[in-house]
Design a protein around this ligand. Structure first.
Ligand code: GLN
Length: 302
């Protein structure tokens, strides 16, 4: 497979003027909308990259895969008593469904679900922020990864929507810690800055390119990795998860910083970054690039 020429074609043909940079978190709005990076890591650890693949950006909701992995490792199957595994079909920060469903979020990748996961980590860990950082650094094999406190602070100042969600969850008894502590942890996890390269490497254990899954005491069995991957496929792109599976055909996760990481188990991981988002909060060029990649390479899970 000539991945280099495929990635060049993807780079050229994915160009688009569509989309809008997220500005509801003020610190995110200053990013250059023309940024585009792509990084592919294959099963034999070939690495092919183009564009701004070495520039760190705000991973936002991609962090929800890391926190879910930690909470699932700590709690095991009991975690599913507090958060579901069904696609929500609604916006990532929707509050309506949460009230109807008595404070049990549909899945761990919508904001309400990620807030419950954050609460679990706060209950089980002495230094949750440091433990998350160490876990992500180990996964990505890069100790330079850090939180961006300006972005965390910016989201804290404007995060009324997330504050409503955590209070609604607390009212239903599904938050055990102080709401402001849960939000503080959540904003920090979302503020993690990573490059396409770091993300592609960090997701290698989910794609079973490296085994076993054992990083800094966070151990997941093959069956647990399978479950997390299934949630990425069905819920990784909020209310556009069906569309992503239809067009791209890979499990993955997106964030409102414009990043997307996806993979074909046992074959490759791929990370793309382009800050302009569609209405659903997913990167327009990123989705287009991945659709082209799986179409041109013929390599998806289907
Ligand atoms: N921090 C963002 C929020 O809570 C993450 C959302 C996302 O990336 N979809 O709104």
């Amino acid at each position: 497979m000539d991945y280099t020429s495929i990635l060049h074609q993807v780079f050229d043909e994915s160009k688009t003027d569509d989309g809008k940079v997220a500005d509801y978190i003020p610190e995110l709005s200053g990013i250059n909308p023309a940024k585009f990076g792509i990084y592919l890591q294959t099963k034999d650890f070939k690495k092919i990259e183009l564009g701004d693949s070495q520039e760190a950006f705000s991973i936002q909701s991609i962090s929800k895969v890391f926190t879910l992995s930690m909470a699932f490792s700590l709690l095991g199957e009991k975690i599913w008593q507090r958060v579901g595994v069904e696609p929500s079909g609604s916006r990532f920060n929707s509050i309506i469904q949460l009230e109807y469903e008595n404070g049990i979020p549909r899945n761990p990748f919508i904001n309400a679900g990620a807030l419950v996961v954050a609460d679990i980590l706060l209950s089980h860990l002495k230094n949750p922020k440091q433990d998350l950082l160490t876990f992500v650094q180990e996964l990505a094999q890069d100790k330079s990864i850090d939180f961006d406190s300006r972005i965390a602070q910016s989201e804290k100042e404007t995060g009324f929507h997330n504050a409503s969600l955590v209070n609604m969850l607390k009212a239903h008894g599904n938050i055990k810690n102080n709401c402001s502590d849960v939000l503080d942890f959540y904003y920090h996890q979302c503020s993690l800055n990573m490059t396409c390269q770091q993300l592609a490497i960090a997701f290698s254990p989910f794609a079973s390119l490296t085994e076993p899954f054992d990083f800094e005491g966070i151990i997941l069995s093959k069956s647990q990795v399978k479950r997390i991957n299934a949630i990425m496929l069905s819920c990784g792109f909020y209310d556009e998860s069906g569309e992503f599976a239809f067009k791209v055909g890979l499990p993955g996760k997106s964030g409102v910083g414009g990043g997307i990481v996806a993979f074909q188990p046992h074959q490759y991981t791929i990370a793309v970054w382009s800050p302009k988002l569609n209405q659903k909060g997913n990167s327009v060029r990123g989705m287009k690039a991945l659709e082209l990649f799986t179409t041109l390479s013929g390599q998806s899970i289907f």
